[in-house]
Design a protein around this ligand. Structure first.
Ligand code: TYD
Length: 138
């Protein structure tokens, strides 16, 4: 599976660091929604779903966590701990988030508004649907 990780423009000087993300430029969609996950208990597994058409970029703003990506053929684990980097997750990719550090803040930039009908929450259903889907790169 091809993992797409964006390196956002980061300016660092004696004051600290600033990273910038522009929708449609630095990532391949206009940002319609931002949500963030924090205060997550260490033993918790979040996500555990795929989206039929939503695209997302995940940025670990603080702390660390792990993301499992599964495109129906391959599974890959990615450790997230760099606020200047963004992990692209296209449509029809199963994702699970876990091993959150107590201070982890995971920000998600999404291509569309929240829509429960866009979710596939059952892994067996996902595997069936993924068998009929195409390439999910940006
Ligand atoms: P949930 O889907 O369980 O989160 P995760 O995929 O990280 O495990 O979402 C938790 C709750 O938040 C659920 O009631 C739906 C709601 N929610 C929104 O209202 N808007 C959003 O953009 C998202 C992602 C979730």
């Amino acid at each position: 599976m091809k993992i797409v990780m964006y390196d956002f423009k980061t300016s660092a000087d004696e004051r600290g660091a600033l990273s910038a993300v522009e929708g449609g430029k630095d990532i391949p969609f206009e940002i319609k929604r931002v949500y963030y996950i924090y205060s997550t208990k260490p033993e918790v597994r979040r996500g555990c779903h795929a989206h039929k058409s939503l695209k997302q970029v995940l940025v670990c703003m603080k702390g660390s966590c792990k993301i499992l990506l599964d495109d129906g053929k391959e599974r890959q684990e990615i450790r997230m701990d760099m606020p200047g980097k963004g992990l692209f997750i296209g449509e029809m990719v199963w994702r699970e988030m876990y091993d959150f550090s107590p201070d982890c803040v995971l920000v998600v930039l999404a291509s569309d508004h929240y829509d429960e009908n866009d979710y596939i929450r059952d892994h067996v259903d996902f595997i069936k649907a993924a068998g009929h889907s195409r390439d999910h790169s940006p």
